[in-house]
Design a protein around this ligand. Structure first.
Ligand SMILES: [Zn+2]
Length: 480
């Protein structure tokens, strides 16, 4: 009160208080929306408070920071729920002295922090095992009422009743000594909240876990950490939410597409079934030594169409496709393409007539990889909930499907960009097959074209192929 502006007779001057401005006797507080950088230009500032900086445009934030430049005595206070790892509050936190709140464990008195998982990646929250109905189903009420926090030092059970005393007895400790001097940064997640129980957190975690789309909201909002999709999705358990109750080799969907990735001496293939509404089911996958084997597989699984990569062994693949047209499409992946996809014709025997359709030409599906890998990522992460795999999905398939990811990169202008990277054992052939299949399914499924019933399409003028060698696991399901 004593700093409020006053008239000469010492009464408070209420006119000097508006919605966006509060005058004090020694300073003025301006409240400014960060929606436009024009808002922030006019003020010299000695104390700058920026809230929710991860949703403030980076340029606007930099301009705000410029307001304090040139002053030797200033303070900047930034806060936010972290959204991205690159830039924003997470970067600011890393550059400071990274303070965390340490509290004495009620059992062993060790100074501990609250975090969801320990260094080994095990949950620090523990609930009654009876609440686990199955791998992915839980009695959430029982979880909520029985969850305790496990001390990482002594494995003692910390209950909600312990929490408020722990919070009172705690203190902020820096965890980094290499910070720019004078920059303090603080991190606090929802486990510390005096009004949230451990049980509530466990329930929120379990709910987010069954839907990786919700996991980002949980990680950002509850754990106050940036979401790293490549970490979340590398966990094969998250892949299990895509499994449905059918066996490898079961023919699923109203029509099926076989997708093929070409290697030096072998083909990787995937057969996926689609319903007209876009729901799809992984039928089978494997490797095959020759193109004839692929045609036989297409017959076995009654595929409507096939699509084969043409980026490698191009002329040979063109000719194979040509001999079996119009069943097979060639696929060509592009990093940049003005459209999501484009179909062009190629005559493999007179390449000069490229792009002109003729009786001899084959169909090439030009795939915008950025678009379709993005679509596939949404399905693989379970965001779309219409893309499924058979029960107990093959681990090699999972590995290859999880090896392709998007990583955040910050460009020179400070903008966050996503880049595709292949991790792990750097094999993502099934991922490529699935990308081509997904694109082709949209060309026909959602493009309005008539879906041809596949069986007769797989038969071509070429001599009937010999029976392929198929993975033993699925051969019992053969319809031959
Ligand atoms: Zn302890």
């Amino acid at each position: 009160m004593k700093h409020l502006p006053r008239y000469i007779d010492n009464t408070i001057d209420a006119d000097r208080f508006t919605l966006t401005k509060q005058e004090f006797s020694r300073c003025t507080m301006n409240l400014v929306g960060a929606g436009s950088s024009a808002n922030v230009r006019s003020y010299p500032v000695s104390v700058l408070v920026l809230d929710e900086i991860d949703v403030i445009d980076e340029r606007t934030r930099r301009e705000c920071m410029d307001r304090v430049k040139g002053r030797h005595d200033y303070k900047v206070l930034q806060s936010s729920t972290p959204v991205t790892e690159a830039g924003g509050i997470w970067q600011e936190f890393q550059e400071g002295d990274r303070r965390r709140y340490y509290m004495p464990c009620p059992h062993c008195q060790a100074e501990i922090i609250f975090r969801l998982k320990n260094a080994e990646g095990d949950l620090n929250l523990k609930w009654d095992k009876k609440a686990n109905l199955s791998e992915s189903e839980h009695d959430l009420q029982m979880v909520e009422s029985s969850t305790v926090y496990i001390c990482e030092e002594c494995q003692g059970e910390i209950t909600n009743a312990h929490k408020s005393k722990m919070l009172r007895d705690g203190k902020w400790n820096p965890t980094s000594s290499s910070s720019e001097s004078g920059v303090r940064s603080y991190h606090l997640n929802s486990i510390y909240s005096p009004i949230l129980t451990f049980g509530r957190l466990a329930v929120e975690y379990l709910k987010a876990r069954t839907n990786p789309g919700a996991m980002q909201a949980f990680v950002n909002g509850w754990l106050a950490e940036p979401y790293r999709p490549q970490e979340g999705s590398i966990d094969p358990d998250t892949f299990r939410v895509l499994e449905r109750d059918y066996s490898r080799g079961d023919i699923r969907g109203e029509y099926r597409i076989i997708g093929v990735d070409v290697q030096r001496s072998i083909f990787f293939w995937v057969v996926r079934g689609f319903d007209k509404d876009g729901t799809s089911w992984l039928v089978d996958h494997g490797t095959a030594p020759s193109f004839d084997d692929l045609t036989a597989l297409a017959e076995t699984y009654e595929c409507a169409y096939g699509i084969c990569d043409t980026g490698y062994r191009t002329q040979e693949i063109y000719e194979e496709i040509h001999a079996r047209r119009p069943f097979w499409f060639g696929a060509r992946g592009w990093e940049r393409l003005p459209h999501p996809y484009k179909i062009t014709g190629v005559d493999p025997f007179s390449p000069m007539k490229d792009k002109k359709f003729s009786k001899k030409s084959i169909n090439i599906l030009n795939v915008n990889k950025d678009v379709w890998q993005g679509e596939l990522l949404k399905r693989r992460n379970g965001t779309n909930l219409n893309w499924f795999t058979y029960k107990e999905t093959d681990s090699e398939y999972i590995r290859q499907m999880l090896s392709t990811n998007q990583k955040e990169k910050v460009d020179r202008k400070g903008k966050v960009k996503f880049e595709w990277v292949v991790e792990g054992h750097r094999q993502d052939h099934y991922w490529d097959c699935e990308t081509y299949i997904l694109t082709l399914s949209h060309v026909f499924g959602l493009g309005g074209a008539v879906i041809r019933t596949g069986k007769d399409l797989a038969k071509t003028s070429k001599a009937r192929p010999s029976r392929p060698s198929r993975p033993s696991k699925s051969s019992k399901k053969s319809i031959w």
